[in-house]
Design a protein around this ligand. Structure first.
Ligand SMILES: NC(=O)C1=CN([C@@H]2O[C@H](COP(=O)(O)OP(=O)(O)OC[C@H]3O[C@@H](n4cnc5c(N)ncnc54)[C@H](O)[C@@H]3O)[C@@H](O)[C@H]2O)C=CC1
Ligand SMILES: O=C(CO)COP(=O)(O)O
Length: 627
């Protein structure tokens, strides 16, 4: 007989049950009467004309009134099917007709959330395989019994017994199977779902499941109802209680709006997401109303991306804390100079379980933090995971019928997949790579090269020259990224976040547009003025990034290895004419001397312009930061 557990198990408290279910890292299902409508052995016995005798034994075992291995032996002895009959039974009972209502949907919902599914059954592998294949459950996720075959005297191959080394061939087999699963992957929360007392056993032993859900859709057993943490008769109950990721977009500029637009349509289509998307808007007057109100009535961003319609499930919110407080997925897409302040504002309200992705291009430098990747800053300030998406994604070109690619850099494949699910469309294709640092640095640094490309075009230096600048730029992007993070991979620069983003930005980006105009006007109007004049509130990232990069190079003493970056910074600071980009190598060498001269002379207009970058460079003497 099955022994009761030595110390009665404390059931999971009702308030914890939905939490554990929503946090399940793996879900294990019993098969017979849980996934399929029948007990396969009973059904096989019926097929063989021995139904009554076998059913009685199954009932005793499932109620915990008979030892499992004895029950198995007895049933096989009664049936002793030959292989041909077994085959006939399997072929005449296709898996499609055996499934319990709602199980396919539940399994798909879990798979969409990347929750691995295991089958742990006292039934037989041969009978389970078609079901597992139909539900797309990998065969190595099946823990079940195996028939042992033997040839009769008359040459027939017949089931003779079962393999006693399989965990589910004996008592305690289900917790044992779960311990084996844990030894392969250290899941923190494993849920067991089943109809029988042996399934309940899975939660009653150390190392077993963390939550037991009894299923009564086929058969209700009193002991299971009594012992289950949660007892359900329909899988819809479990589907309804699954978490739906709530998304917040932090930013409302051109790219933020373009991405938010794709998100609104994706979440409406996919059950894994909450339908509502909140977007933080840095509010400003718009006509006789405010921008956030205009967005909510027009369902588009009339200032930063006019004419592109959001789904009506987008809510523009001028309150940053309110926007993020319930969010599970935070999409950061604000200009990089504002990001730290935004993180500070939301530090106390972000859910500890939230995950973030940064679409922002730039690097972070501050007196207290030193130089950091933006994703590192987000990770540290909010104590949550953060991946990045970078790519050749000019906001005003992203639309149905078009095509573009992007790169998600994520240390965790699971997080990368979640964000890919959220962001990918048939016209916005995403590849996930693990080189987060390479992707992020490529995205930030190409903006500096884009400034150089604008100088080329503004001064009519020709395509050969521009191509040479782009080549050198790509090389410096890769070299600097690898020096800062030795894990950065060369291949990353062949992804959309590398060479493709470089090309798109150097031909069609705002950094290129403004620096081209700066060059045409021979530096007479500052970048700040031109940004205001040409971009209607949109923000340049390349100029600030250039001085941030310069600060890193100076602190490291690496200027000589990055002549293009040094030259761009010197031209931006007005030390040289934009056309001097053509001789960037000598400009870089001369820039050092000029800087020395200016530091020693009287304060001038030029020095006021220099002050921001010099301030950044000075604070880098603090021994903080990551680079
Ligand atoms: N626009 C594009 O094509 C792409 C942009 N990106 C990156 O996405 C990030 C965001 O760019 P966009 O969405 O294009 O923005 P944007 O440059 O079009 O707009 C600027 C945004 O900053 C906001 N803002 C202004 N002052 C602020 C303040 N003090 N605090 C907070 N927010 C303030 C404005 O309200 C506006 O939403 C940048 O890092 C950019 O490099 C990435 C890929 C493509
Ligand atoms: O990053 C971009 C495209 O991928 C946009 O670049 P700009 O900010 O120069 O427009």
């Amino acid at each position: 007989m099955l022994r009761p557990p030595s110390t009665p198990r404390q059931k999971v408290s009702p308030s914890q049950v939905p939490i554990l279910w929503s946090q399940a890292q793996a879900v294990c299902f019993d098969v017979d009467c849980t996934i399929t409508k029948q007990d396969a052995l009973d059904d096989l016995a019926e097929f063989l004309g021995k139904g009554h005798a076998v059913r009685q034994i199954t009932h005793q075992a499932m109620n915990g009134d008979m030892d499992l291995d004895l029950a198995l032996q007895e049933r096989l002895k009664i049936m002793a099917p030959i292989v041909d009959s077994l085959q006939d039974y399997i072929l005449s009972n296709p898996a499609e007709g055996r499934l319990v209502d709602g199980i396919q949907e539940l399994v798909q919902e879990l798979q969409a959330r990347n929750v691995p599914i295991y089958l742990i059954s006292g039934g037989f592998r041969e009978l389970i395989l078609p079901v597992a294949d139909l539900l797309k459950i990998p065969r190595n996720h099946i823990y079940a019994n195996r028939f042992v075959y033997m040839a009769d005297d008359d040459g027939q191959i017949r089931v003779h017994g079962f393999d006693p080394t399989e965990p589910t061939s004996h008592e305690g087999g289900k917790p044992e199977a779960i311990r084996r699963i844990r030894s392969q992957k250290p899941f923190q929360t494993i849920v067991m779902i089943g109809d029988g007392i042996t399934d309940l056993e899975a939660v009653q032993e150390t190392g077993g499941a963390d939550l037991f859900i009894g299923f009564g859709g086929v058969i209700e057993r009193a002991k299971v109802i009594e012992g289950a943490d949660w007892f359900v008769n329909s899988y819809q109950e479990l589907i309804d209680a699954l978490p739906r990721w709530k998304v917040a977009m932090i930013g409302s500029g051109a790219f933020a709006s373009s991405v938010a637009q794709m998100i609104t349509y994706n979440v409406a289509k996919k059950a894994t997401f909450n339908n509502r998307v909140d977007m933080y808007v840095y509010d400003e007057p718009f006509g006789d109303t405010t921008l956030s109100k205009a967005i909510n009535t027009m369902h588009e961003n009339p200032k930063f991306l006019p004419g592109v319609k959001f789904g009506e499930n987008l809510v523009a919110n001028p309150d940053l804390q309110d926007t993020v407080k319930d969010a599970d997925l935070l999409v950061f897409c604000a200009p990089h100079q504002f990001l730290k302040n935004m993180c500070q504002q939301i530090q106390t309200v972000v859910k500890p379980t939230a995950k973030a992705i940064s679409l922002t291009k730039g690097i972070h430098i501050s007196p207290t933090d030193g130089p950091q990747l933006l994703s590192t800053m987000i990770r540290r300030m909010l104590q949550i995971e953060c991946c990045v998406m970078m790519g050749a994604n000019l906001a005003n070109e992203i639309r149905p019928g078009g095509f573009c690619e992007s790169t998600i850099g994520s240390h965790s494949t699971e997080d990368g997949e979640i964000f890919k699910e959220l962001l990918e469309t048939d016209y916005f294709s995403i590849r996930i790579i693990s080189d987060t640092e390479g992707a992020e640095l490529a995205g930030a640094l190409k903006n500096v090269v884009a400034i150089a490309s604008g100088f080329c075009d503004g001064c009519d230096l020709g395509e050969n020259c521009k191509a040479a600048i782009l080549r050198q730029g790509l090389e410096e992007m890769r070299e600097l990224s690898k020096r800062l993070y030795p894990t950065v991979r060369d291949e990353t620069f062949w992804e959309s976040c590398g060479v493709a983003d470089l090309i798109a930005t150097c031909y069609g980006g705002r950094n290129h547009l403004v620096s081209q105009e700066y060059a045409k006007r021979a530096g007479k109007d500052s970048f700040e003025q031109l940004e205001k004049e040409l971009l209607n509130g949109q923000k340049l990232q390349g100029v600030l990034t250039s001085s941030e990069v310069q600060a890193v190079l100076q602190t490291k003493g690496w200027q000589k290895s990055f002549p293009l970056f040094v030259a761009v910074d010197a031209i931006v600071r007005g030390l040289f004419h934009p056309k001097d980009i053509v001789r960037y190598r000598t400009v870089a060498a001369e820039a050092e001397l000029k800087d020395l001269h200016h530091i020693n002379s009287e304060p001038s207009l030029l020095e006021k312009r220099l002050s921001k970058s010099m301030r950044i460079q000075n604070i880098l003497h603090l021994d903080v930061g990551d680079f």
